[in-house]
Design a protein around this ligand. Structure first.
Ligand code: PEP
Ligand code: MG
Length: 308
């Protein structure tokens, strides 16, 4: 056992004065899910379903998908799990879905855009997810990746509800969606911010390219200002807005995100306890003050200092 580390966390995500900010795990496999459950995650804020099929030469059957998803959901019986529909393309191409002749795959037909051309693939996945929810007893909601407009969000939510799944949300990972957070929240039950892609598209900086990694720093004030728009929309509508990008795994940034009005944070299992303890160490008013200071900073270094 390591002697140092964060303070104790009681397992229920909240600030010191009881403002609830759920602490969830990001998962892509049964092993990830077990690790998240063991770490004390209150649920799953992002289940990356495409990870189950990265090597699949053809579309898996509904039954194969149902079994694969149920195996990941199993440790979360009775707990909330947000299942993301296939985020195929760009850094995660699926052979059976993505064309290989796009000049700019990160700006191409990826994520939900694939489903506009082939809605039957989405419908079969939703059928499998609904089945896996029954098999596992997890409290499943579904969200779509790479949504740009409220119109796209409404199209997706309608298909989710037609599949018998009650709660439909979308990811906010395109700046246009952040700027339309209010209109999007009007047509879905929740949103979740993918800060990895939101940073990439805000700074026009490839998330896989080390040479531009400085731009993709999640403490960039410009990114925090987009996150504030989303937090404000969550407050105005009373609907949840989470963060499931790597930004949520930084215990000090997690406090700022809570202060901006985000309502849940989802991260790799290794970060769960430290983030839970970090939230528990501040009041909501303190988190809001740190957020205000970070927002007003000129650069990421100053933002880190301002929030400490
Ligand atoms: C993100 O973009 O921040 C995100 C959580 O999705 P992914 O990393 O799978 O693209
Ligand atoms: Mg993403």
């Amino acid at each position: 056992a390591v002697a140092q580390g964060p303070a104790e966390w009681n397992g229920a995500g909240a600030t010191a004065d009881g403002h609830v900010v759920k602490v969830y795990g990001n998962v892509g496999s049964p092993a990830d899910a077990q690790a998240a459950a063991d770490a004390g995650a209150e649920g799953v804020g992002l289940f990356r379903t495409e990870f189950s099929f990265l090597d699949a030469p053809a579309e898996p059957s509904v039954d194969e998908q149902r079994k694969a998803y149920a195996a990941v959901l199993a440790p979360f019986r009775g707990k909330p799990v947000i299942v993301r529909t296939l985020d195929a393309g760009a850094d995660k191409p699926l052979a059976f879905l993505n064309p290989d002749d796009e000049p700019n795959p990160a700006l191409g037909v990826r994520g939900l855009r694939v489903a506009f051309d082939r809605p039957e693939v989405l419908d079969r996945q939703l059928e499998a997810i609904a089945g896996a929810a029954q098999d596992s007893g997890a409290l499943v909601s579904v969200m779509a990746p790479m949504v740009a407009t409220a119109e796209e969000a409404a199209w997706f939510a309608e298909r989710v509800r037609a599949a018998g799944i009650e709660r439909a949300g979308v990811m906010i990972e395109i700046p246009a969606a952040a700027l339309s957070a209010r209109e999007i929240l009007d047509v879905v039950d929740f949103v979740s911010v993918g800060t990895n892609d939101l940073a990439q598209y805000t700074f026009a900086a490839d998330r896989q390219l080390g040479a531009v990694a400085k731009l993709n720093d999640p403490w960039q004030p410009a990114l925090l200002r987009l996150l504030k728009l989303i937090g404000d929309a969550a407050k105005a509508t009373g609907k949840p807005a989470g963060v499931c990008g790597e930004a949520a795994a930084d215990p000090r940034l997690a406090v700022v995100l809570a202060g901006l009005g985000l309502t849940s944070l989802s991260m790799n299992a290794a970060a769960v306890r430290a983030v839970g303890a970090s939230l528990a160490a501040v009041t909501l008013a303190e988190a809001e003050a740190k957020a205000t200071n970070a927002l007003a900073s000129a650069d990421p270094v100053a933002a880190r200092v301002a929030a400490s």
